[in-house]
Structure formats: structure tokens, C-alpha cells
Design a protein around this ligand. Structure first.
Ligand SMILES: Cc1cc2nc3c(=O)[nH]c(=O)nc-3n(C[C@H](O)[C@H](O)[C@H](O)COP(=O)(O)O)c2cc1C
Length: 187
């Protein structure tokens, strides 16, 4: 798929068919992720691939409870609080795979580098017909000691980008974009 088409047709996918994603495909998505630029070529990323549905269910539950009870009141808009209170709401939408891009080093560039890797991964997935969605709902709990243990991460590492991957039921229609604010400075 051409790059422009890949970029413009990538969507946050929240409904997946049950079939698994092949291991080779996951490896090729990670291969695309690590082609991202990184500050001083540090390549600070590490990838955790979770395919255990039991673990994904447990993480979803823990994240919901954490956000409901531990985040400051008012941080989440009411409609998200309503979702969190719904026992049927699964933060990973029952996707077959969660790839968590983690930073192995401290500092702002490492987080940015992991985010660039995440976009590469999502675009590579789109170009081979797979759906993805970054799940920010997972980030707070995954960053706790218990969350890092669930991902088998060393305590000093940071989960940056939790991205679900799967065969989409469909690619949803585009979400409207605001016109870009552009400041031209020519002289
Ligand atoms: C940092 C980040 C966190 C996000 N967290 C969630 C999330 O927790 N749950 C969810 O369903 N979508 C999440 N999204 C997806 C956005 O809602 C989605 O990208 C946005 O609405 C634009 O839609 P599009 O990706 O289809 O263009 C997240 C996206 C980003 C970049």
C-alpha cells in the first residue's frame, strides 16, 4: 500500500475478529517499529507481546480499577468514567495481541523514540490489513510496580505505548481533523 494511503486510512480499531495474528507478522511489525529514528541512535525500546487472553483480561480489570480509584477526580471526562464503570467494557476490546513498547532508559527522548516506533508499528499494521489502537487507558496501571511485574519488566523500565493489534471487523470511517494551524516564517 502506498504511504499516503496507509497514513490516511489508518484508524483506531476497536472491534476485532477472533483469529490470531501470526508470529511472523508480529515480528515484521516490530521490525518496522525499530526503523524509527531515535535520539543519538539510542534505540531505547523493548517490546512485550502479550497474547494470553487471561492476562489481558486481568490487566484490563486492574487498569479499570486503578483509573477509577487512584486517578484524581475530574481528570477523566464523565463518558470515560461511565465506560470504566461498565463491567462489560474491556479496555483492549478483546484484541488477540497487545504489544507494549517500553523504554529501557530514563528521559524525555526515550519516550519520544518509543512513540515514533509506535507510529511506525501502527502504519505497518495498516499496510498489511491489520487494525491497531493505542490504549492510553492501560498506561497508568502498567507503569505501577504491579503492572511492570505483569509485563515481566525490570523496575526501571517504562511502558510507553500499549498497542492492540488484530484483524479488524472493519476500518472505521475517518474521524474529522481540525484544520492545521500553520505559522509561516519566511523572512
Ligand atoms: C496516546 C493515545 C492514547 C489513546 N488511548 C486510547 C484508549 O485508551 N482507548 C481507545 O479506545 N482509544 C485510544 N486512543 C485512540 C484515539 O482515541 C484515536 O486515535 C483518535 O480518536 C483519532 O482516531 P483515529 O486514530 O481513528 O484517527 C488513543 C490514542 C493515542 C494517540
Amino acid at each position: 500500500m502506498e504511504i499516503e494511503k496507509t497514513i490516511s486510512s489508518r484508524r483506531a480499531v476497536r472491534a476485532f475478529r477472533p483469529e490470531p495474528v501470526e508470529e511472523n507478522t508480529i515480528r515484521s511489525l516490530i521490525g518496522a517499529a525499530i526503523e524509527a529514528p531515535s535520539a543519538m541512535n539510542e534505540q531505547p525500546w523493548s517490546f512485550v507481546v502479550v497474547r494470553s487472553q487471561t492476562l489481558l483480561d486481568r490487566i484490563s480489570q486492574n487498569c479499570k480499577e486503578y483509573m477509577t480509584h487512584c486517578l484524581p477526580a475530574g481528570l477523566l471526562p464523565p463518558h470515560l468514567r461511565t465506560s470504566l464503570a461498565d463491567p462489560g467494557f474491556h479496555i483492549f476490546y478483546h484484541a488477540p495481541v497487545l504489544i507494549v513498547i517500553c523504554s529501557r532508559v530514563d528521559g524525555p527522548w526515550a519516550t519520544i523514540d518509543c512513540t515514533l516506533a509506535a507510529e511506525n508499528l501502527m502504519l505497518a499494521a495498516r499496510s498489511c490489513g491489520l487494525g491497531t489502537c493505542w490504549i492510553g487507558f492501560a498506561q497508568n496501571w502498567l507503569g505501577t510496580e504491579a503492572g511492570k511485574q505483569a509485563l515481566k519488566l525490570p523496575a526501571a523500565w517504562l511502558p510507553v505505548a500499549p498497542i492492540i493489534v488484530g484483524h479488524p471487523v472493519e476500518f472505521p470511517p475517518a474521524v474529522a481533523r481540525k484544520p492545521p494551524e500553520i505559522t509561516w516564517i519566511d523572512q
